[in-house]
Design a protein around this ligand. Sequence first.
Ligand code: THU
Length: 161
Amino acid sequence: MIKKKVSFDISVFSSINELENRDKKLMKRAIEARKNAYSPYSNFTVGAAVLLENGEIVLGNNQENAAYPSGLCAERVAVFYAGANYPGVKIKAIAITATSINYKVDTPVAPCGNCRQAISEYEIKQESPIELFLMGETGKVIKCKAIADILPLAFTSSFLL
Ligand code: THU
């Protein structure tokens, strides 16, 4: 038996203001996207902004449903929109922000497992990393260099031969 360590680096910014211009702009679009979330059941609103290699930004937000599992997270709304409308255009980065009616979200919000899996599919297909910028409503922003970092030991199409 051998033991292996899986680790990865993140960058932690003290606030959105510390981000580079490109990334600050992307996070601002995610904040804008958040405002159109439909989340009457959780009262938790999430916005995602996807930056494409052609410079276009596509937005998504969580869309809930009275039949709870029929709803969808902001990240998947955004990346599926990108996949549907910009096929073959690579994704460079995704900014994610969340807020709640019930409390002040002041720590960075990370994508759920299903969203990590969905984003991973695109990262593998395009053969280049997708950067992630994670924020609550205010406060620190975490940057991850690739979705693969936060989805180690991923299930991929390589198992489906
Ligand atoms: N949600 C997202 O939009 N993204 C995530 O990565 C985690 C959770 C949404 C789904 C649901 O509408 C609400 O947040 C509470 O789970």
